[in-house]
Write a protein that binds this ligand. Structure first.
Ligand code: PEP
Length: 370
């Protein structure tokens, strides 16, 4: 585990010595230096014109900041308006920013076109000027599963009344597999009602957490996006349960190995990894501690080293996400393995996000209304 040096360098080189990762300060723009990436995920918030207005306030407070990459991920509906607004020439003349501002999508689908109502392909995103795409966010992997998953509808079928009704219907049908009939009869029998209730509860409460996007789906999205020239921010992170069971590393190993499978050593440079412990995300939660972040980032970087070698591992950007705010960003950026942050709630407040982009430095409040 390595939390030193504590000094925050905005641009740096990374190297490995004595089995630990270190950062060495670099001049902004020095060839090969790593530039941190501070990305805001606006989730399902802001109509297009409000997104443009928020971006304008952020850029205004961050005038001239060139030594970090800034990313903004509005919902799909806000992408075009923001793409039109953040053209490099305009950013340079208005805000003295430039090619360090990146437009990001929050998700994508893995097919390029077809009968996939409601989905958006990487090709479509690239065509409107999207640079980067978030893939495998925990909202998609797990949180939204409770709305889209099958667990509650299956659980509703595990009641004695439902099964008895089904048995009556099956008795009237011909050719029913006797095994199916016997199983339902067994489950509906009075002495098994408790087992039934337990199973229903398990499906309702437990499976819904796993009903979102699988690692395999995430992998397909990664490949489809890279094929369109989009840079990918691959999210990973353990939930509270996995951490309590000491399965954090096992879970991350699976998510990252599968997410990166088939990505060539050449294209892996187009990848950014975001470690976002699910238990640290959102209002009411608390950011992970510096030690916890440091330990996991080292684990991920060492895994990338196993997969792609030390050179790739030393330059691949690994972000932290989960309640990043102006107060904790400097500590987080001081960690040797951390190259930036994926920010949710705080990225919706211009002043907070601008302060995060400036690593928590106080900004003279020209915008007291922000
Ligand atoms: C997120 O959802 O990716 C996130 C990091 O959210 P927050 O910063 O609000 O915890």
């Amino acid at each position: 585990m390595n939390t030193t040096p504590l000094a925050v360098s905005r641009n740096y080189f990374r190297h490995r010595a004595a089995n630990q990762w270190h950062k060495t300060p670099a001049e902004p723009g020095e060839p090969g230096a790593i530039r941190p990436f501070l990305a805001g995920n606006w989730k399902m918030n802001l109509v297009p014109r409000s997104g443009v207005a928020l971006a304008a306030r952020i850029f205004d407070i961050c005038k001239g900041v060139k030594d970090v990459d800034i990313g903004l991920a509005p919902p799909y509906t806000g992408l075009s308006a923001l793409a039109d607004y953040i053209k490099p020439d305009f950013l340079r003349s208005e805000y003295d920013l430039g090619r360090n501002v990146f437009l990001m999508a929050q998700d994508t689908f893995f097919e390029s076109k077809g009968a996939y109502t409601g989905e958006i392909s990487p090709e479509m995103l690239a065509a409107i000027g999207v640079d980067r795409v978030i893939i495998g966010h925990s909202d998609r992997r797990a949180n939204l599963g409770k709305f889209f998953g099958f667990s509650s509808s299956v659980a509703r079928r595990l009641t004695p009344d439902f099964l008895t009704h089904e048995l009556d219907a099956l008795r009237k049908r011909e050719g029913v597999d006797p095994q199916v009939f016997a199983a339902i009869e067994f489950m509906a029998a009075e002495q098994n009602h408790e087992i039934l209730a337990g199973l229903a509860k398990f499906l309702e409460e437990d499976l819904k957490e796993r009903a979102g996007e699988s690692d395999a789906v995430t992998q397909r999205k990664v490949h489809a996006s890279l094929a369109q020239g989009l840079q990918v921010i691959l999210c990973c992170g353990e939930n509270r349960e996995a951490r309590a069971l000491h399965e954090t590393f096992k879970l991350l190993d699976r998510q990252i190995r599968i997410g990166l499978e088939g990505v060539s050593p050449k294209t892996v440079n187009e990848m950014i990894i975001a470690y976002e412990p699910v238990w640290a995300i959102g209002s009411g939660a608390k950011a992970a501690g510096v030690e916890q972040i440091s330990e996991v980032h080292d684990f991920i970087r060492n895994l990338v080293m196993d997969l792609y070698g030390e050179e790739t591992a030393s330059v691949i950007r690994i972000l932290y996400g989960g309640n990043v705010n102006p107060e904790n960003i400097a500590d987080i950026m001081s960690i040797a393995g951390v190259d930036g942050a994926l920010v949710g709630g705080a990225s919706l407040k211009a002043h907070d996000f601008a302060q995060i982009i400036r690593f928590g430095c106080l900004i003279r409040d020209r915008h007291s209304d922000l």
